[in-house]
Design a binder for this molecule. Structure first.
Ligand code: URA
Length: 191
């Protein structure tokens, strides 16, 4: 029987050749996601930007550096968790994904979640919240527990938003502490 890691690898190869939507036409690389196949927590962002399209890895630009710090504040490393996106290919000019692009891509993310079976999902920003849970409005809905595929799921601010609005970091940290509590981890002090 194929291991989870083998199945994830096979899925990433399928995605590298995916032509289900027009985003495949302009991509340099698809961005599958990365981290531990045994991750207890999965972070889901919006979609690749220029740095991610160039490298084929999620959250490696400025927003990614902040996400790495957020993960470290939770006493995890990037290797402990799993990081993915709603869509696997970069939309031109970093626009938001269109509904049909997100709908075409969603089965891939669902399969990743099914294989990894995290204890918690953290949605990064309003686009992830809208396309995964059908809920609009990150400001009104961050920090509220929802359920996705029977997994406790919480949305917080996207790191790109936090770079533009650092005064919102406190709320994001409260959300991440809540996630730590859900995972049975001692939140400790804010960083
Ligand atoms: N923003 C995202 O939502 N995802 C990435 O992978 C990078 C930036």
């Amino acid at each position: 029987m194929a291991s989870k890691a083998d199945e994830l690898r096979a899925l990433s190869e399928t995605i590298a050749g995916c032509t289900l939507c027009r985003l495949s036409e302009k991509r340099n690389n698809s961005v599958f996601g990365e981290g531990s196949a045994e991750a207890k927590v999965m972070f889901i962002g919006e979609g690749p930007g220029a740095d991610e399209d160039r490298t084929g890895r999620p959250f490696v630009g400025r927003a990614g550096q902040l996400l790495t710090k957020m993960i470290a504040a939770m006493h995890f490393t990037r290797e402990d968790v799993y990081i993915a996106n709603i869509i696997k290919c970069r939309p031109p000019g970093n626009r938001n994904p269109e509904d049909e692009e997100a709908i075409a891509c969603l089965p891939y993310l669902k399969r990743q979640i099914e294989l990894i079976q995290p204890k918690c999902i953290v949605l990064l920003g309003g686009v992830a919240l809208q396309h995964l849970l059908g809920i609009k409005g990150i400001m009104a809905n961050r920090g509220k527990w929802q359920t996705y595929m029977d997994i406790p799921t919480l949305a917080t601010y996207h790191p790109s938003f936090l770079l533009r609005s650092p005064n919102r970091k406190k709320e994001a940290w409260q959300d991440l502490q809540d996630v730590m509590r859900k995972l049975g981890k001692e939140p400790g002090k804010a960083k």
